[in-house]
Ligand binder design. Structure first.
Ligand SMILES: [Fe+2]
Ligand SMILES: [Fe+2]
Ligand SMILES: [Fe+2]
Length: 287
């Protein structure tokens, strides 16, 4: 093998991870603000592919002895209407393709080169998809169901409530994925990844509910636990689950709308399950 410094490769892969992260959030924001339908579903499917890329890249970073970046890369989220959003997505995919090509050149390791080529071929397919969506949204004169930017003025109580949950869910997705990448404990790692996927569902439910009322999901993290020790990770995860269980329970008592009440109750019950699951894992660790 060549003597390429792993730190150099880690830095390049972390740049790619940030790009994937930005793309995921950009595409989800678009999909939430569109009518539920074929195109929104396809965009969500593209976001899921970017999540797999992020997962592969992060695993590679950990194998090289690094820590996956959690910051989000550039987003080009706005624009006058759906056709313009899709044009920006074409641009984001092209930027990703260009960056992957540079990194494929810069990295010597044949396995990592192969992975990046594999990902870049997905990005090429995505670029074609978005080019098609530009045409389709023009032809069908598609209109968003919600704005991409929060309207001026004081947010409604409902949007403040849902956005509290959205920020929480977004934060724990990142936290649980990071823990899943960093723990050497296989069962904990698998459970963390599983629960991160469950939190993604929560994020989607809350964001869709919010955009239906014209609100704008505030997808910002509020502080991620970066423990290195598995027991410390689990303690932090249990703590955050208890805080959110309390908050959702308080929300449930305040909500009148029966559908929304049921949804938050379902999410809250999942959080109780997460708390119990993490508590069991922590107990097993200390045996
Ligand atoms: Fe892509
Ligand atoms: Fe959740
Ligand atoms: Fe949870």
């Amino acid at each position: 093998m060549t003597g390429q410094d792993p730190k150099q490769i880690i830095a390049l892969l972390n740049e790619d991870i940030k790009g994937e992260h930005g793309a995921i959030v950009q595409y989800l924001r678009h999909a939430y603000a569109m009518e539920e339908g074929e195109m929104a579903c396809e965009i969500e499917a593209i976001a899921r592919e970017e999540m797999r890329h992020l997962d592969w890249l992060a695993e590679t970073v950990v194998e090289l002895g690094g820590e996956p970046a959690l910051e989000r890369g550039k987003m080009t989220i706005g624009g006058a209407g759906i056709a313009e959003w899709m044009e920006r997505n074409v641009g984001l995919e092209q930027d990703a393709i260009d960056l992957y090509e540079t990194h494929i050149e810069a990295i010597d390791d044949p396995k990592i080169k192969r992975l990046l080529r594999r990902i870049a071929s997905d990005e090429l397919a995505h670029r074609h998809d978005f080019e098609h969506f530009v045409e389709k949204s023009k032809k069908e004169a598609m209109e968003p169901i919600a704005p991409l930017e929060a309207p001026a003025g004081k947010p409604t109580e409902l949007s403040e409530m849902l956005n509290w949950g959205i920020r929480h869910e977004y934060t724990v997705i990142l936290q649980y994925l990071l823990h899943s990448f960093l723990t050497p404990h296989q069962e904990v790692s698998e459970q963390m990844e599983d629960q991160a996927i469950n939190e993604m569902q929560h994020l989607g439910w809350l964001a869709e509910e919010l955009t239906e009322t014209g609100g704008v999901p505030d997808m910002e993290e509020t502080g991620i636990d970066r423990s290195k020790d598995t027991a410390d990770m689990l303690r932090a995860d249990i703590e955050v689950e208890r805080i959110v269980t309390e908050e959702y329970t308080r929300q449930i008592e305040q909500i009148d709308d029966p559908g929304l009440k049921r949804m938050i109750t379902r999410i809250r019950d999942h959080e109780i399950y997460h708390d119990e699951l993490f508590t069991d894992l922590l107990d097993e660790l200390s045996k």
